[in-house]
Design a protein around this ligand. Structure first.
Ligand SMILES: Nc1nc2c(c(=O)[nH]1)N(C=O)[C@@H](CNc1ccc(C(=O)N[C@@H](CCC(=O)O)C(=O)O)cc1)CN2
Ligand SMILES: Nc1ncnc2c1ncn2[C@@H]1O[C@H](COP(=O)(O)OP(=O)(O)OP(=O)(O)O)[C@@H](O)[C@H]1O
Length: 166
């Protein structure tokens, strides 16, 4: 799935109208800085900023430690583990209302295959009221993923082609 993603010439995902219509000033939207051919959420970030939302990015230390969402004003990022770029660890931790979620694979039922460290499943459990939006390239769709007991499904998936609601 990582190879299929990296081979795809498209990267940008346009902001879907159901996403834009949900944005309100002061909402906290967690995004991510794409790596390794991941779908690029930049246009959704721009829409959220235009709507007056505050942005956050994930910060990780290692596979075991839960990720934290740290405030991000759009400024420079620091090098993190796994080749990630993330806010400095001293940035303020904020509770997200919307989580734009990277993924390796997804299905139409909202199941998500991630990097295998459980960072997002643990974050979804910590913020159960947040709106969980997968950001993907259409080549990342698979017929069906078999969820594990701890897997928390996505509310929707945005790709370069469509908005998928289970
Ligand atoms: N852009 C982005 N940021 C993100 C994630 C993500 O998937 N994408 N995460 C999602 O949870 C968290 C970081 N979690 C990660 C957990 C494990 C590995 C990892 O084990 N990578 C492997 C293989 C990398 C590769 O082959 O490309 C490694 O480094 O060995 C990477 C990220 C938070 N930030
Ligand atoms: N809510 C949770 N509390 C504690 N451990 C969890 C929780 N959710 C997942 N895990 C652990 O995380 C591990 C990896 O989960 P999984 O393979 O589903 O990760 P993933 O969703 O693919 O990865 P990621 O979210 O990092 O991109 C599992 O072994 C599981 O025990």
């Amino acid at each position: 799935m990582r190879a299929a993603r990296a081979a795809c010439p498209t990267r940008a995902v346009p902001p879907p109208s159901p996403f834009v219509s949900r944005l309100r000033p002061g909402l906290i939207v967690a995004s991510y800085h794409p790596v390794g051919g991941e779908a690029d959420p930049a246009a959704l970030v721009a829409a959220a900023r235009d709507a007056g939302c505050a942005m956050a990015l994930p910060h990780v230390i290692d596979r075991e430690t839960p990720l934290r969402f740290l405030q991000w004003d759009g400024g420079a990022l620091s090098a993190g583990p796994f080749g990630l770029s993330q806010p400095a660890s001293i940035a303020q931790e904020v509770p997200p209302d919307i989580i734009l979620t990277p993924l390796v694979g997804f299905d139409r039922r909202g199941n998500r295959l991630g990097q295998g460290a459980g960072h997002y499943d643990r974050a979804f459990a910590a913020y159960p009221a947040a709106w969980r939006i997968g950001i993907a390239l259409s080549v990342q769709e698979v017929e069906a993923l078999t969820p594990d007991p701890w897997d928390v499904p996505l509310h929707a998936v945005a790709t370069e082609k469509e908005w998928i609601v289970p």
